[in-house]
Design a protein around this ligand. Structure first.
Ligand code: DX5
Ligand code: ZN
Length: 213
């Protein structure tokens, strides 16, 4: 069970110190948005390259962008440990997943709430993680979509005995994390839940404890 706080909800003008506040997280979830694939713009490669110099935690890149085939490998080259691209945006997802692994990163494919799990069924051997969006991507602080819970179960069935993580992202909190874990998720992004908490590290511990129950 891994907790990966999303810094989208942090004070982005003080990124290094904000990441320093979550020392007990397993990874740091970094949301890259291009204003095209999603209606919001966040940060890109130059900021991520700087951030890598300021933290020992692995970066869990979530690329909500068009043309991931072009951009995603550059995050792997920069040193991100895990790189997630959206299956809806990739032109050649199998080639891209293989390229990410060749560059030394964990490869991961993300699915929007309305995208069926079958869209990754044929390429499960190419990925280390599948991210199921539990909100429409683009913004932090949205309400968790329960309709994704059956998808988590379907995906777990498709994965079978393979060593693949199932990540959920969007609206994950002390209210919703147990449902996700029970359905089969094992990596949990938490943005506003962690960064709006008075003690972010305590919240990470609380979420982890709820997930393993
Ligand atoms: C949304 C992003 C999420 C977001 C999660 O499109 O991918 O990572 O920051 O924030 P919360 O946990 O507040 O929903
Ligand atoms: Zn995300």
């Amino acid at each position: 069970m891994k907790i990966t706080p999303s810094i989208l909800n942090a004070d982005l003008a003080n990124l290094a110190s904000e990441v320093g506040r979550i020392s007990n997280a397993d990874m740091v979830h970094v949301d890259v948005m291009d204003g095209h694939f999603v209606p919001n713009l966040s940060i890109g490669l130059p900021v991520v390259e700087s951030l890598l110099k300021h933290t020992d935690l692995p970066l869990d890149m979530h690329l909500m962008i068009e043309s991931p085939d072009v951009w995603a490998p550059q995050y792997a080259e920069a040193g991100a440990q895990s790189v997630t691209f959206h299956i809806e945006a990739a032109r050649a997802p199998v080639r891209l997943a293989r390229e990410l692994r060749r560059l030394g990163a964990r490869s991961s494919a993300a699915l929007n709430p309305a995208t069926p799990v079958e869209s990754v069924a044929t390429m499960l051997d190419e990925v280390d993680m599948v991210l199921l969006m539990t909100v429409e991507p683009g913004f932090g602080g949205q309400k968790f979509l329960d309709l994704v819970l059956p998808k988590i179960r379907q995906l777990r069935k498709l994965i079978g005995s393979r060593d693949i993580s199932v990540q959920v992202d969007g609206g994950v909190s002390t209210e919703t994390i147990e449902r996700c874990a029970e359905a089969g998720a094992d990596v949990f992004v938490a943005g506003s839940a962690v960064y709006r908490a008075e003690d972010p590290n305590a919240m990470v511990d609380e979420l982890r404890a709820l997930a393993v129950r």
